[in-house]
Design a protein around this ligand. Structure first.
Ligand code: ASP
Length: 644
């Protein structure tokens, strides 16, 4: 009753905007705001049912209801369990002669057929209640039933506990979506996005604006998908993000923009990435880094699911340099310690050859991590696999040292470490009885990167042995700031590329270095990290056309003609502005604890970028390619394949 009254009241009221809210004073308006936030959705309006399967309780006893759902179980032709998105309910199949036709429908329909039943909510006989089922106190005494559609033999059972390969799940995604887990993930996603919209648009006056997906190439970023056009030799590109448009919206005076934006990156197969993905994309005029950070902290706090521990703000922050030095990565998982320590000074007078070697070089360092209780939980073969990983992936030698334990698993340095070095190591790294030290030497960034990787590997190993390092209920947010503006290009380290993107403004204190030592310039780029995953990134932008031109043309050696529209716009009174984008798929994946981002996307692509359900991408006959002036030149091996 209350919910009906409430929702009718709410329907008659438009939700106040942020500005109006500020203007309306008094407790009545506050109460109305609260009740509109708590509004209970009507799940059975406009459709052929009176209730959902999952909502029925003892309070509904005696009510005549009509339900629609899928047949989940049938027991001895007496009971049927009906399922919809909201839950399960038990239906009693009538046994008397007069209801023979109803019995026939309900007993003959294959599992997962979709039916409509009408009947009365009755209580289950004493002793037959099921406390594990939210509807376990009641059942439906059916009077009539209709088979809405029958279900053929399924490729897999819908039940969550039945294991199925991911390829099969993706091939029959529409069936996989019937599972409780997928329903939960997609509904939680929808609720969070709704709260984000509410926070941004209603509470803070953001404007939700759609930007084009048919666009042109943006220099200096990810690889883009190419779309042919009917003009010979002319192509669109799918945007890797709405970056240029959101900046242009600021030039256009929109002031606060937001979009649940689809982005496209043609980066080949990468684990847990998708060629198309979704960002909560945001841009604001007249804002600084602190402003953006506070906005995002408020956004996450507001949209966070109420069944999780509340988000605590402000989030801590760390400079890029500190993240690299202590965690060996720009996305540190701060839920556990095992930090990297620089132990170069301990080994200044070492006799150990490879340490001496490293320290004699200008950038040479010796670094280590300490695995507490390592000798207790790790085996010799674990240490060997960690060393192999360092050698194979980083070409780095890593040595185990057991400063306190009387062990020497393949540690040639152990004998050569002098007593005072040993005790200095114990003091510096606070090593306890069972601690194992993993030690490496070399250039700062490289030594940190390898230990950063090993730190995470060790955490996995220790957790596989039953130690809890990373509390699964903990959400540890962190801002990483003060990134370098440029990094050496991977394929050509003599050249520079943007660490974030070419529109990022330099740090005001480093601008003077742009012309002399661009590599030393820090940027106004910030990343948001959650439990060791980058879930967002953004920057304060360059709004000065001259500076933007200099960075693009002189430092990044990009073709400025491709961006002449943006450069021109900056010249027409572009306001100072900045923004950020949150990776929605990854965020929801972490919130739900799903094993992969594919589990929070309704129709994801496979690891190789294929839609296993529809078989996209697919070939087109030559005549359909003609209007685009395109001809496929088949690689030799696929030519042979086609001939078969
Ligand atoms: N467009 C950027 C990205 O996709 C985010 C930003 O700078 O706002 O990473």
């Amino acid at each position: 009753m209350f919910s009906c009254w409430l929702s009718r009241l709410c329907r008659g009221l438009s939700t106040p905007t942020g500005r109006v809210t500020h203007l309306i004073q008094g407790s009545l308006s506050r109460r109305l705001m609260l009740s509109s936030q708590r509004r209970i959705p009507e799940l059975s309006s406009f459709v052929a049912r009176t209730n959902t399967c999952g909502e029925l309780r003892s309070s509904h006893l005696g009510q005549e209801v009509t339900l629609c759902g899928w047949i989940q179980y049938r027991r001895q032709n007496i009971f049927l369990v009906l399922r919809d998105f909201h839950g399960l309910v038990q239906v009693v199949i009538p046994q008397d002669e007069s209801a023979a036709s109803v019995k026939k429908i309900l007993c003959e329909a294959p599992m997962e057929s979709v039916v409509q039943v009408s009947g009365t909510v009755i209580s289950r006989p004493p002793g037959q209640e099921n406390p594990k089922m939210p509807t376990g106190e009641i059942e439906i005494k059916v009077k009539s039933a209709q088979l809405l559609n029958t279900c053929k033999k399924l490729p897999f059972e819908i039940k969550d506990f039945v294991k199925k390969t991911e390829a099969l799940r993706l091939q029959y995604r529409y069936l996989d979506l019937r599972s409780f887990q997928m329903q939960y993930n997609l509904r939680l996603r929808s609720r969070m996005v709704m709260k984000m919209r509410e926070y941004l648009c209603n509470l803070h006056g953001f404007v939700d604006i759609e930007t084009p997906t048919l666009f042109k190439r943006t220099p200096g970023g990810a690889k883009e998908f190419v779309i042919p056009s009917r003009e010979p030799g002319k192509f669109y590109c799918l945007p890797q993000s709405p970056q240029q448009f959101k900046q242009l919206l600021m030039v256009g005076g929109l002031d606060r923009y937001f979009q649940v934006a689809r982005c496209y990156r043609d980066e080949g197969s990468r684990p847990d990435r998708q060629p198309e993905f979704t960002q909560i994309d945001i841009e604001m005029s007249f804002v600084d880094q602190i402003g953006i950070r506070s906005l995002i902290e408020g956004l996450l706090q507001y949209s966070w699911p109420s069944d999780k521990d509340p988000v605590v703000v402000p989030f801590p922050s760390m400079t890029f340099a500190e993240a690299l030095a202590s965690y060996g990565t720009d996305k540190p998982d701060t839920r556990f310690g095992m930090k990297i320590v620089d132990i170069s000074d301990v080994f200044r007078n070492t006799k150990v050859g490879f340490l001496q070697d490293a320290l004699s070089k200008p950038q040479g360092t010796v670094k280590a991590i300490c695995i507490s209780e390592g000798t207790k939980y790790l085996k010799r073969k674990d240490i060997e696999s960690l060393r192999k990983l360092a050698a194979d992936h980083f070409n780095q030698e890593v040595l185990p040292v057991f400063p306190k334990a009387n062990r020497n698993w393949n540690s040639p340095v152990a004998k050569s470490i002098m007593e005072e070095q040993r005790s200095e190591l114990i003091r510096l790294m606070e090593i306890q009885e069972d601690g194992v030290v993993l030690l490496t030497a070399g250039e700062h960034r490289k030594a940190c990167s390898v230990l950063g990787k090993l730190r995470l590997e060790c955490a996995d190993l220790l957790e596989a042995r039953g130690l809890v390092l990373r509390d699964p209920a903990l959400f540890s947010f962190l801002w990483v700031v003060d990134f370098p503006l440029f990094l050496p290009k991977e394929e050509n380290p003599g050249e520079l590329e943007s660490a974030h993107h070419p529109f990022t403004a330099p740090h005001p204190s480093d601008i003077h270095l742009l012309h002399t030592e661009p590599k030393q310039v820090r940027s106004q780029h910030y990343d948001l990290v959650l439990n060791g995953n980058e879930i967002g990134g953004g920057s304060i932008r360059i709004h000065d056309a001259e500076l933007q031109r200099y960075i693009l043309a002189t430092l990044l050696k990009e073709d400025v003609k491709l961006l002449s529209h943006l450069l021109q716009a900056l010249d027409f009174g572009a306001p100072p502005h900045g923004g950020i984008a949150l990776g929605l798929d990854r965020l929801i994946c972490l919130v739900t604890g799903a094993p992969s981002i594919r589990d929070v996307i309704a129709f994801p692509k496979s690891f190789r970028g294929h839609d296993l359900m529809s078989n996209a991408p697919d070939s087109l006959p030559p005549e359909e390619l003609k209007p685009y002036h395109i001809q496929v030149s088949w690689p030799a091996d696929s030519e042979a394949e086609r001939a078969h």
